[in-house]
Design a protein around this ligand. Sequence first.
Ligand code: APR
Length: 180
Amino acid sequence: MQTQFHGKTIELRQGDITAEQTDAIVNAANSRLAGGGGVDGAIHRRGGLTIMRDTRDRYPAGCPTGSAVISTAGELNAKYVIHAVGPVWHGGGRGESELLRGAFRRSLELAAEHGCRSIAMPALSTGAYGYPMDEAARIALATAAEFLKTHDQPELIRFVLFDGAAYDAFAAALESVRDD
Ligand code: APR
């Protein structure tokens, strides 16, 4: 499923984000950039050790929640990995929505700053960090659509969803963003 926003594209795809061939792939990282399971585990496994070496050299202090940093993509079919740190869900009263928006927004800014024409993003925070999928999908898509209003790049923002439930939640949210 895809929709045009200001001449650029937001697309939804079900699958494994490490197989993407976009210029940038976004990782669902933690603030220590220490690696983990889920998307993070898959990216480091498939991308090789150079990704961790690069993030340790460049970002020894890690990355704050609600932001992102950029590294080499190692052996992945991308130019860059962008490590985005979404919030842990605590019920919604601890600024989670702004932090999630910030993680997506900073990822898109980094992609634009590095001349990326395409970016693949996962459903940040919806796995180990427990963010409710429907709400996360609305924030992800609203942030992407808002970004495309004022930026020429990336021309393609692809959300790569791991399973059918995540895909359906994003599809419903994309309909409502389109109608705004
Ligand atoms: N491709 C696409 N999506 C995936 C993949 C994959 N290979 N693997 C998991 N997902 C989905 C999950 O189903 C979930 O919807 O990505 C979403 C995010 O899940 P997590 O990877 O658990 O990320 P998050 O909830 O942000 O938690 C981050 O988990 O792995 C650790 O180091 C990481 O501490 C950090 C925390």
